[in-house]
Design a protein around this ligand. Structure first.
Ligand SMILES: [Zn+2]
Ligand SMILES: [Zn+2]
Length: 283
């Protein structure tokens, strides 16, 4: 089975040759990681992503204490949802923290910092990667680096995604159908189907309103501008919630014919869905 998305091979991203490959690998599942660097939460230009992967490989090959013979990760996923081949299929991983975990789990690293939210593209690529690796015999388990050793990796946002949103993970409160889907390894990314979270679903009210400061606010502003809200933004849009976001959102809500509380200037699931899908009326 091919990867359901864009896969950049080692040759395509310009990998240095591996200095040794171990196939002592009995994969039982997938372990997720993040880069974990501080800094901007907005996705960088995708043109820089291959260079970032080369930089990680270089750093691993030159690591002062770890005796890496290649980039440590099996695969990497950039913020744009593109999958980069690391060590690749069937090769023992080097990033999971213990020999046991490296022998038993693929390691997949998101090119995400400590403040990066789980962008819809990342979530979709993460699910597709699990699906892809399972088809190649990875086994059913899904976890994070911190499930193997004491570490913050893969960070709070991705850990929450694994526990709450990732349909590959058997949630404690999952419905019978969700458990069945999980058990059969079946995934889908369509919003609104099966009661699961999909690409483009509303991230949650907590990401918006006074005091909010995150990449969804930027995404909201960009989507609103596409729908005719340009005049509200003398600066931005940006991650910090502003009066412009409030007024632009309200104008969009009013354009749908909504009044009162329905046009309070804070996006809810319906506002978000219309913006993501391009539905409803422009401002
Ligand atoms: Zn990690
Ligand atoms: Zn990218």
């Amino acid at each position: 089975m091919r990867f359901d998305g864009t896969l950049i091979t080692r040759t395509q991203w310009g990998a240095a040759p591996s200095q040794g490959v171990s196939r002592d690998f009995v994969p039982q599942g997938v372990t997720f990681h993040y880069e974990g660097n501080a800094g901007t939460i907005d996705p960088p230009d995708h043109d820089s992503c291959a260079g970032r992967v080369r930089g990680i490989q270089r750093a691993h090959l030159n690591h002062p204490t770890e005796d890496y013979n290649d980039i440590a990760y099996s695969f990497l996923i950039c913020m744009h949802g593109v999958l980069f081949e690391g060590r690749g299929l069937g090769v023992r991983s080097g990033a999971n923290g213990t020999a046991k975990a490296n022998r038993a789990f693929y390691s997949v690293c998101f090119l995400a910092g400590t403040r990066t939210p789980v962008w819809p593209e990342m979530a979709a690529a993460g699910r597709a990667t699990i699906h892809y690796l399972r088809h190649h015999g990875a086994g059913a388990q899904v976890n994070g680096h911190r499930d193997h050793v004491s570490t913050a990796c893969p960070g709070r946002a991705l850990a929450n995604w694994l526990q709450a949103d990732c349909p590959a993970f058997p949630r404690r409160n999952a419905t019978a159908r969700q458990r069945l889907e999980w058990a059969s390894g079946w995934f889908h990314d369509r919003p609104g189907s099966g009661g699961e979270r999909g690409v483009g679903d509303f991230p949650g009210a907590q990401y918006f309103g006074p005091g909010a400061n995150n990449a969804y606010v930027t995404q909201l502003g960009r989507m609103l501008i596409q729908r005719g809200a340009g005049r509200f933004y003398t600066v931005g849009p940006g991650p910090k919630w502003s009066e412009a976001d409030l007024r632009a959102t309200r104008a969009f809500q009013q354009a749908q014919g909504w009044r009162g509380e329905d046009a309070d200037g804070i996006p809810g699931p319906t506002t978000w869905r219309l913006l993501v899908t391009g539905g409803g009326r422009d401002i």
